[in-house]
Design a protein around this ligand. Structure first.
Ligand SMILES: Cc1ncc(COP(=O)(O)O)c(C=O)c1O
Length: 420
């Protein structure tokens, strides 16, 4: 097919999407409208209260009194919004937050964005165009897009192609990586591998090993660790940074989220040399042409960063992992990701109807989770995604495992057997 007849990605996605998600919406098996919340208990607009395993706020910090108080105070002094790009005017909390994050990341340069997607959109064109002094590009960039990299990077393919070829790779497969790296070496192109740290749906990636592999050929590793931030590592620096012994290698850039485990909202980038930060802040598209995080949320992010720099973060991390271990043990490691240092577990179903039926059983038992279908997973299948939190109690975990027992007894679920 030539470029004119080749289908665009959105048409392919639309044509392959079934009615499963729509049915789940109609039956209120997802897309829940939350009227109020107390910890992991949410009350929907219809009035019923459920225990949720949906939220990615893995430490429960979004309801922490220090964050709420900080947001209230900021609202009183500055209002909701400065409605301006950071280059014109910024709330006092923005440089405070960046300085605290730089402390968490051992003096590396940090810049805050409104989202992780904006980090990708802002930083990767700078990297590809040889605009970051700490990450020089030889002849031309060559993007190696891991098959499991988050959709927020995959969707930027057309933008990346303005700076160099994009090759899809499977970074955990040595053959796939070595043939891609060989191609880059032959053309004297600089490889840039784009991967997730902890995947939103799947497992972990061997960060340190990949960083060394790329370093050996003068390449770069760009890690989106949105789900890994806060839940592990010293001061909640996250899965990827901890896997590197809290030292960002010279050839790595880290993209993080403030909207998941961190407790607030937004995204951030970590670069080895703080001298690259002025280029990012004067050139990155979403920073130059977009507003910064809303003021109360920014103040809450500052309060969350202070908690990360205190002992409290460790006790929250411990509670999270105790819950995850309890769940794995009660389910005999039968779910996707069992035994893996991820707060997400998945139950796979061979058919969408099987997944929907399981959702109905769980909902009847007072449990809400996130059912996913194509394009998040393979066409025709379903997966129930469970996100765990430090805020869940032992009783919550038992309620979930008992309900999964019912799903199994109904003959709906043949469990994935973990190799972990
Ligand atoms: C791995 C990963 N990266 C990026 C994003 C997008 O985050 P944001 O909403 O901050 O753009 C998500 C969303 O959940 C994600 O899971």
């Amino acid at each position: 097919m030539d470029a004119q007849t080749k289908q665009d990605w959105m048409t392919i996605r639309r044509d392959n999407t079934t009615s499963a998600l729509e049915r789940a919406y109609e039956e209120s098996l997802t897309g829940f409208t939350v009227a109020s919340r107390e910890g992991k208990r949410i009350t929907l607009k219809e009035g019923n209260t459920f225990t949720e395993f949906v939220s990615c706020s893995y430490l429960g910090l979004e309801a922490h009194p220090a964050l709420i108080e900080a947001a209230h105070q900021a609202l009183g002094t500055t209002g909701l919004h400065l409605s301006s790009s950071r280059s014109a005017m910024r709330p006092v909390y923005l440089p405070q937050l960046e300085s605290l994050l730089s402390e968490i990341y051992k003096g590396c340069g940090v810049s805050v964005f409104t989202s992780t997607t904006s980090v990708h959109l802002g930083v990767l064109p700078l990297l590809g165009s040889n605009s970051l002094k700490g990450y020089p590009i030889r002849k031309r960039a060559h993007w190696l897009m891991d098959k499991t990299a988050h959709a927020s990077m995959q969707v930027l393919r057309g933008i990346f192609q303005q700076f160099g070829e994009v090759t899809r790779v499977q970074s955990t497969d040595p053959e796939s990586m070595s043939s891609a790296l060989k191609k880059c070496a032959e053309r004297q192109e600089t490889p840039i591998l784009l991967i997730d740290g902890i995947g939103s749906m799947s497992g972990l990636v061997p960060i340190a090993q990949l960083s060394r592999q790329l370093e050996a050929v003068g390449g770069y590793l760009y890690v989106d660790d949105a789900h890994g931030i806060s839940i592990t590592g010293c001061h909640g620096s996250g899965y990827a940074f901890a896997a590197l012994d809290n030292q960002l290698p010279h050839n790595m850039i880290l993209a993080g989220s403030l909207s998941k485990g961190f407790g607030g909202a937004g995204g951030f980038v970590v670069v080895k040399d703080p001298q690259d930060i002025p280029s990012i802040q004067t050139l990155a598209n979403p920073l130059v042409f977009g507003h910064s995080i809303m003021v109360p949320i920014l103040a809450a992010n500052v309060a969350a960063a202070k908690i990360h720099l205190s002992d409290e973060i460790e006790s929250l991390q411990k509670r999270l992992w105790a819950n995850v271990r309890q769940f794995d043990s009660l389910t005999h490691n039968r779910l996707l990701n069992a035994g893996v240092q991820s707060p997400v577990r998945g139950a796979f179903f061979e058919t969408e109807e099987g997944g929907l039926q399981a959702c109905r059983i769980l909902r009847n038992n007072g449990i809400l989770m996130f059912p996913v279908f194509y394009p998040i997973i393979a066409k025709g299948k379903a997966m129930l995604r469970f996100a765990f939190s430090a805020g869940h109690t032992e009783t919550d975990i038992r309620q979930l495992t008992d309900s999964l027992g019912e799903v199994t007894s109904a003959g709906l679920w043949t469990a994935h057997t973990s190799t972990a």
